[in-house]
Design a protein around this ligand. Structure first.
Ligand SMILES: *Cc1c(COP(=O)(O)O)cnc(C)c1O
Length: 404
């Protein structure tokens, strides 16, 4: 590679910047905790005992490595590129989120913090966090919007069975953004004995870096698996993007492979109309939300706009700062799938492969359905199947009985 090509995988810099994005926009009271986390992580990643315990837990508790599965019937149905699915849906608790939760609880223990807090939208990150807290015997408190608690009653019950306290947040839209505000407020107050396990590649430095690093195992495995299976790299990677953790987890190992295209799929909701979607790169702008500078959906006064997606895990006004950077660099393309396209992909994958995907992951499958037929038969797509659809069964039933 010519020396002028920036090394896209060397970021963030020591202040947490991905080019003009990222950074640390937090109240003074949280600076100490963020600096402590940064220090602890730097020492943990060099520590063989930390690495071996993490590897052990990922293998025996979480269920790694996940298969890279050749979706043979979907491939022949679409009539183009060969489609492989990275099966994060098979992990313990049903989604990729536990890769990060297990890594962060090990950091909490190193810092001597035995109280865990987290935010959750659909409840997947809350369940992953409550699970690792139970596994380590730590106290756990999960903040969740009151509206989301109603929509995701099953996950609320799971968290409670796991011994977590679930606190409903009624402010504002009573969804994910408000839950994060409340978790930050708790953290400011209890920072001495409490670690905040943030659930996506978002927030103030060092979170976007730490969360990415705990998920990069997805792409590291996939790269090795495809080389073994096909003796070549894939042509195209596809993943859905809420905050962006499963996507960066898949993409990171391939950033230097110039022949590998990558597409992140945002939530197009009811279409690209203000307030009806969560596609930050469609009509969004640069701003600061919850500790980081990045692309987000706001009006001309900087007020965060309402968002909508059929999939709670993608329904957030800001995108992780590294994605903003990779888009500017032209390394990753970002598209979107509407609610309707995602629902249709949900059924297509269920019926052709016998795999019911999470509605989030169905956005990635919707993109596969669009691009695979335009590709050659000997080309290869890897799509990240970030989670399973059990949590969404009830919602899809309701949506479809409304329609009929
Ligand atoms: C939370 C979630 C997402 C979205 O989060 P990212 O940080 O963008 O990965 C995607 N898929 C599933 C199954 C989720 O639970």
């Amino acid at each position: 590679m010519p020396t002028t090509t920036p090394d896209l995988s060397s970021l963030p810099d020591k202040h947490g910047h991905f080019g003009p994005y990222g950074g640390r926009f937090v109240p003074e009271t949280l600076m100490t905790a963020l600096l402590e986390l940064e220090r602890e992580y730097a020492s943990a990643r060099q520590d063989p005992s930390f690495r071996s315990e993490l590897a052990y837990l990922l293998h025996d508790f979480v269920g790694r490595p996940t298969p890279l599965y050749f979706a043979e019937r979907l491939t022949s149905k679409l009539g183009g590129a060969k489609i492989y699915l990275k099966r994060e849906d098979l992990l313990h608790t049903g989604a990729h989120k536990i890769n990060n939760a297990i890594g962060q609880i090990l950091l909490a223990r190193r810092m001597g913090k035995r109280r865990i807090i987290a935010e959750t939208g659909a409840g997947q990150h809350g369940v992953a966090t409550a699970t690792v807290a139970a596994r380590f015997g730590f106290e756990c408190c999960i903040y969740m919007g009151a509206v989301d608690m109603e929509r995701q009653a099953l996950n609320v019950a799971r968290m409670r069975f796991l011994g977590a306290k679930v606190v409903g947040v009624t402010a504002g839209q009573a969804t994910l953004k408000e839950a994060i505000n409340e978790a930050m407020r708790d953290w400011v107050t209890n920072v001495r004995d409490t670690h905040y396990i943030l659930g996506s590649a978002l927030g103030a430095h060092p979170y976007p870096m730490i969360v990415r690093d705990f998920h990069r195992v997805i792409g590291d495995e996939a790269r090795q698996q495809i080389l073994q299976r096909e003796e070549r790299l894939p042509d195209h990677l596809i993943a859905c993007v809420g905050g962006g953790s499963n996507a960066i987890g898949l993409f990171y190992a391939f950033l230097k492979d110039e022949g590998v295209r990558m597409t992140g799929v945002e939530a197009g909701g009811g279409g690209i109309i203000r307030g009806q979607h969560a596609a930050r790169f469609q009509g969004g702008k640069l701003g600061v939300l919850q500790g980081t500078k990045t692309w987000l959906l706001a009006d001309n006064d900087g007020q965060i706009e309402l968002t909508h997606s059929v999939s709670a895990g993608l329904d957030y006004a800001a995108i992780g700062p590294e994605h903003s950077f990779l888009r500017d660099a032209g390394r990753v393309d970002y598209s979107y799938a509407t609610d309707e396209e995602a629902l249709s992909a949900f059924h297509v994958l269920s019926c052709t492969e016998g795999i019911i995907p999470a509605l989030e992951s169905a956005h990635a499958i919707a993109e596969v359905i669009k691009v695979a037929p335009t590709m050659e038969l000997d080309q290869i797509i890897i799509a990240n199947l970030s989670g399973r659809g059990d949590k969404d069964v009830h919602q899809v039933m309701e949506l479809e009985s409304l329609k009929s």
